[in-house]
Design a protein around this ligand. Structure first.
Ligand code: SF4
Length: 212
């Protein structure tokens, strides 16, 4: 238990590294959280209601945040290709540049990256395990990446004009999902413990990339 307590105290100290009062580079904490989420979310989750759920805000607050980000040209709304009555939020090139240069979590990202690939994988897996326990206790999960989701099904690559178009299928939305999209966040995520293949392949790719 003293070891667990020490680890939790370190986690709390680490959290202080990215929490701030007021604003940084013109955005408040929740606005950064929203921009970061929308920059990493898949097309099903870049909606005002999914955003509200992820940042733990009301629809009205989320809508105000969207307006602020739009006013700064970090975000645009476009009609959804799946449902023309809905809108999908897109982070603009300017929004991405702002995230790359000024996101308050960037220095934490660099510190974690400096641990090296193996240690990063261990840290990710430990944190995921901790979140699983917490989510089970509180019956909630904000979002996670597609490749760990029980609705993701592998399918044979189909080709159009000689080009591979999609490698996976989402059985919830009944829509194709590309390999790149399996790395994005989704608020409809449901965990499965039975998808080691994609995960192992991607971890192996990360190890190879870090050696190259
Ligand atoms: S497979 Fe799961 S995580 Fe991926 S889009 Fe479908 S519901 Fe979302």
């Amino acid at each position: 238990m003293p070891l667990a307590r020490e680890a939790v105290e370190l986690l709390v100290q680490a959290a202080r590294a990215w929490y701030f009062e007021g604003n940084q580079h013109g955005l408040r904490d929740r606005e950064w959280m929203a921009l970061r989420f929308l920059g990493r979310a898949n097309r099903f989750s870049r909606t005002p209601s999914a955003l509200a759920g992820f940042i733990g805000a009301t629809r009205a607050t989320a809508s105000q945040i969207v307006k602020t980000l739009e006013a700064k040209s970090f975000l645009v709304r476009k009609p959804s290709q799946e449902d023309k009555r809905s809108v999908v939020l897109h982070v603009t090139a300017q929004g991405e540049k702002c995230l790359n240069q000024h996101d308050p979590i960037n220095h934490v990202l660099n510190a974690v990256n400096s641990l090296g690939t193996e240690e990063c994988i261990r840290l990710r897996d430990s944190l995921r395990e901790i979140l699983n326990h917490l989510d089970a206790a509180h019956q909630r999960l904000d979002a996670s990446i597609c490749r760990d989701c029980m609705f993701l099904a592998e399918r044979s690559p189909s080709t159009g004009k000689g080009r591979v178009t999609a490698e996976f299928m989402c059985r919830l939305y009944r829509a194709p999902v590309s390999l790149q999209e399996t790395e994005l966040l989704c608020t409809s995520f449901e965990r499965t413990r039975d998808r080691p293949k994609i995960e192992e392949n991607l971890d192996r790719a990360a190890r190879v990339a870090s050696q190259g």
